[in-house]
Design a binder for this molecule. Structure first.
Ligand SMILES: [Zn+2]
Ligand SMILES: [Zn+2]
Length: 190
């Protein structure tokens, strides 16, 4: 089990993700237009997106994520009112994570927030390249898929059920005890 150092680009927001192994979570690259819009919204396309517009994310439970410094710099947004909550560091616009609600034990940490030069050895290979119908250019990812393949969807659903049973939606650095996000989300499009 590894502990991954987490750090925004300027170093104000730091933390760790604990108990990480390749099998403990889901390493995916998402090419969907929303993930691309998030990077664009922050002005971070070049550091966030790969050459085909993909964003690399490691999906884990909320309880695995600890923020040690710079909590006050955590900011959140939603692309649309019903969208998922997307977190970043206000100090330097580093994309941090995607979450669902407080009761869902889910946090997708973006690679930009991991201080981990060699992700392959800690996280294992990327399990799926998804939503590649939104990719830019002609992606040459291995085994990529235009949608979210059933296998990877079931894998994360199974993990979330297990994490829920284990109470891994808490403690959360993203939600207060009353279930409200620690930073009120900005809605990009009403
Ligand atoms: Zn920063
Ligand atoms: Zn996406």
């Amino acid at each position: 089990m590894a502990t991954i150092p987490l750090k925004c680009k300027c170093g104000k927001v730091t933390g760790t993700a604990t108990d990480v192994t390749p099998s403990s979570g889901n390493r995916v690259v998402c090419c969907c237009s929303d993930c691309q819009s998030f990077a664009r919204y922050l002005g971070q396309e070049s550091s966030t997106l790969d050459k085909f517009g993909g964003t690399e994310i490691f999906q884990m439970s909320q309880a695995q994520v600890n923020i040690e410094t710079g909590h006050e710099n955590l900011q959140s947004m939603k692309l649309t009112k019903k969208g998922i909550l997307r977190w970043s560091a206000s100090c330097c616009n580093t994309p941090v994570a995607n979450t669902l609600s407080a009761s869902m034990p889910f946090a997708g940490i973006l690679h930009t927030f991991m201080d981990l030069p060699d992700r392959d050895s800690t996280l294992g290979p990327v399990r799926a390249y998804v939503q590649t119908q939104y990719a830019t250019g002609e992606p040459d990812y291995p085994n990529h898929s235009a949608k979210f393949p059933l296998g990877i969807t079931l894998r994360i659903v199974r993990k979330m059920l297990l994490w829920k049973l284990m109470g891994k939606h808490k403690p959360s650095v993203f939600f207060a005890n009353d279930g409200k996000p620690v930073a009120q989300p900005v809605i990009a499009k009403q």
